[in-house]
Design a protein around this ligand. Structure first.
Ligand SMILES: [Zn+2]
Ligand SMILES: [Zn+2]
Ligand SMILES: [Zn+2]
Ligand SMILES: [Zn+2]
Length: 352
């Protein structure tokens, strides 16, 4: 009698990961891995502590039973229910994310059902079979959290970058990075039609155009910028991740021609031309060409004037300064927007 052992199918693992992301409409980074279980009524994710309390067992006993000090996917064939358990005491939170993604892989790829095992463990399977399931679950986890096709969209990607952007451990980031390097050596490339690139296209675009100001902590999206639109500082840098230190400056919605959808001064929402019909305020923010050094003597002349020094850039509705040439913005000169420092102080004082 010949037994055919399971063979890992990496293409399938990738597609199942994409399917799970699509089901959850989850295309921003880093992936919120725990919430991906929500669409499934027969799947729950719990911690080792929860299990320990509920069944009155020690952590050591859990680790021994499930043969893992990190996590497991437990299947009850009688009720057709899945329980993913993870050790929340693992210090590296990024590692926990990988563990959860890996266990979700066992679930999505139906490894328990295929092997007729309540848990996927080395002791209950042949070594070969166990390895096949494990590597398939790992490819699933990698695809789910940090697909190489997405990483290749960033030319400057390195393990630190990968670890920060996708919130995976440095070790895991090194592995993905080496995998990509190997692919390059064999002449492998991802086409722009790759399903993961398509699914994450908005996020990739946003990240590529993202900037951060070291003076006022504003983060913003622009293809090209030389100045911070909030404080006018030149001290801006490419910024890939929204950090905890970001200050959210009030933003105002605009339409496709850069015009406010609602007047900042009087809140009128019936917008017809470029000026508010109720209070006369300007509705389109643009570069004035005026030097920020003269800001104390605000412009009081005609607003219909062609701003001769202007670079012509249309500006974000909350911009006090032109991101392109550093001049003041029309909204700032016209006192529609207040000094950014006031807003930063308010934001800093906000209680949590
Ligand atoms: Zn596993
Ligand atoms: Zn700034
Ligand atoms: Zn108005
Ligand atoms: Zn300008």
């Amino acid at each position: 009698m010949t037994t055919t052992t399971y063979k890992a199918d990496y293409k399938k693992a990738e597609m199942k990961a994409l399917k799970l992301l699509e089901m959850n409409n989850s295309s921003s980074l880093p992936i919120k891995v725990k919430s991906l279980a929500e669409p499934f009524s027969n799947l729950r994710i719990k911690t080792y502590s929860w299990f320990s309390k509920k069944y009155n067992v020690t952590f050591e006993e859990i680790i021994e039973t499930f043969q893992s000090d990190e996590g497991c996917c437990w299947y009850d064939s009688y009720s057709n229910k899945y329980l993913i358990l993870y050790n929340e005491k693992v210090e590296n939170k990024k590692r926990i994310r990988w563990t959860l993604a890996h266990e979700l892989g066992h679930f999505m790829l139906k490894h328990n059902e295929l092997s007729k095992r309540s848990i996927i463990a080395r002791s209950s399977l042949s070594d070969d079979e166990y390895d096949e399931f494990e590597s398939e679950a790992n490819v699933f986890a990698r695809s789910l959290l940090a697909h190489p096709a997405i990483i290749c969209q960033f030319k400057s990607a390195n393990p630190h970058f990968i670890s920060d952007l996708f919130h995976i451990s440095y070790e895991a980031a090194c592995n993905v990075f080496m995998f990509i390097q190997k692919g390059y050596e064999f002449g492998f490339n991802y086409s722009s039609n790759h399903p993961f690139i398509k699914f994450f296209s908005n996020t990739i675009h946003l990240i590529k155009n993202s900037w951060y100001c070291l003076k006022c902590n504003h983060s913003f999206s622009k293809k090209l910028a030389h100045f911070c639109p909030i404080c006018g500082s030149k001290n801006i840098a490419k910024h890939f991740f929204s950090g905890d230190g970001d200050v959210k400056y009030r933003s105002y919605e605009t339409d496709e021609i850069n015009r406010l959808k609602k007047c900042i001064t009087c809140s009128n929402e019936e917008i017809v031309g470029d000026y508010c019909q109720i209070c006369g305020t300007y509705l389109v923010n643009k570069c004035t060409g005026f030097s920020p050094q003269n800001i104390a003597e605000k412009y009081t002349g005609k607003w219909h004037a062609d701003f001769t020094g202007s670079c012509g850039a249309l500006l974000d509705a909350n911009a006090r300064f032109c991101h392109n040439c550093g001049s003041t913005s029309l909204f700032y000169e016209a006192d529609i927007l207040e000094d950014w420092k006031k807003e930063k102080e308010e934001a800093d004082e906000l209680p949590f």
